[in-house]
Write a protein that binds this ligand. Structure first.
Ligand code: ATP
Ligand code: MG
Length: 356
């Protein structure tokens, strides 16, 4: 930018210098030639006004007026012609500069309007996405609640029946193994139903003062064993002197567990999983960064969708439940790919809880 302006100034100065030189060196009696040079001065004046606005136009026209006065002291010029030319130089300088400034203001205004429009459009897009997601969540929530209810009752009956049947087989009986399989599967289904219910109707948060680093510590304690089995190291980078924030610790713990377990699962060959806590803009920020396999760009926006999973045994509910829980805290959870590999999930929760 500065380089460009420097070049323009040099060009204007060169114009003035060349015209002045030609003007001075032309034959004194050749009025036609002098008249041409006199008018050529308008080029640098207009250029200066155009490029540097009012200031540039005035400085150049004054400089040229000065050259012209200097010239007239050694050459015969009619006095009225001299004054008229000097006045016109300055008028042209002022008018061009003024017009160029107006044009610049106008351009800046349109650029700002375009930028505002772009931002408004982006905001609209995000709101629309959130609304669609909320809509889908509500519809799926109702469906899940209905399903959970319908499944839980027959499951209870099956469990009761199996308990009765079990008493008829002793441990040596080979068929006892089938009873155990049925019981395990019932437990698995019950777990699934509980997740469905949680997703359908997340509990209102029980808000209390809490220390984010304590929550992270307990999540690390719960997951270290699992991480170790996969050669994943959990690296805490906990901010010092962070303020207490107002949350339902159990719910935040659950969100962090979901994201940390996902992170561990994404690193089948091991690696580091960094959990960082900071304070930012009256919020507590927790980021979970893995070095895992990541996910294709087109699937990234779907990770918070209910039932979206790429895992054989996944329910695809972990992140959508987390999303809802964080929303209930008035916060947000986002995901972004790391520059090299893996994903970073960032949870941001306002320090002061405000019921949305
Ligand atoms: N850290 C991560 N790295 C790569 N992909 C991820 C990561 N976290 C989530 N995902 C993707 O998002 C999907 C949804 O995650 P989510 O936790 O909701 O469900 P899930 O892990 O598949 O199943 P579950 O309900 O058992 O947690 C995952 O299947 C996976 O494709
Ligand atoms: Mg998960």
């Amino acid at each position: 930018m500065i380089k460009k302006s420097g070049f323009k100034i040099i060009l204007i100065l060169a114009f003035v210098a060349i015209i002045t030189f030609l003007h001075f060196s032309a034959n004194r009696d050749n009025f036609h030639l002098h008249s041409i040079y006199q008018h050529l001065y308008y080029i640098p004046i207009i250029l200066a006004g155009f490029w540097f606005g009012l200031q540039g136009g005035i400085i150049t026209s004054l400089g040229i007026t000065f050259c012209y006065v200097f010239y007239s002291s050694s050459h015969p010029v009619h006095e009225s012609g001299l004054y008229a030319e000097m006045i016109i130089y300055n008028i042209v300088g002022i008018v061009t500069g003024f017009l160029s400034r107006m044009e610049k203001n106008q351009r800046e205004k349109s650029e700002k309007t375009a930028e505002d429009l772009r931002k408004a459009y982006q905001k609209l897009q995000t709101t629309l996405e959130q609304l669609t997601r909320a809509d889908r969540l509500a519809a799926l929530g109702e469906l899940s609640a209905g399903l959970a209810h319908e499944i839980r009752n027959p499951l209870g009956s099956i469990k009761g029946a199996i308990d009765i049947l079990e008493s008829e087989f002793d441990n040596k009986n080979q068929k006892k193994e089938f009873i155990d399989i049925i019981k395990d599967e019932i437990d698995r289904l019950n777990g699934l139903v509980s997740e469905f219910s949680l997703f359908a109707k997340p509990k209102d948060p029980d808000i209390r003062e809490a220390d984010v680093n304590e929550i992270v510590d307990s999540v690390i304690r719960l997951t270290t064993n699992r991480a170790g089995q996969q050669k994943v190291s959990i690296v805490p980078e906990l901010g010092e002197g962070l303020p207490y924030f107002f949350v339902d610790s159990e719910q935040i713990k659950q969100v962090l567990l979901n994201t940390v377990i996902n992170g561990i699962q994404s690193m089948p060959d091991g690696g580091n999983l960094v959990i960082k806590t900071t304070e930012t803009n009256s919020s507590i920020k927790i980021s979970i960064t893995d070095e895992g396999v990541g996910i294709e760009t087109e699937k990234l926006s779907r990770v918070f969708d209910p039932f979206f999973t790429t895992k054989e045994n996944g329910t695809g509910l972990g992140l959508s439940i987390s999303y809802q829980l964080i929303k209930k805290h008035g916060g947000e959870i986002i995901v972004s790919p790391n520059p090299d590999r893996g994903l970073t999930f960032t949870v941001q929760i306002p320090i002061k809880y405000t019921n949305e």
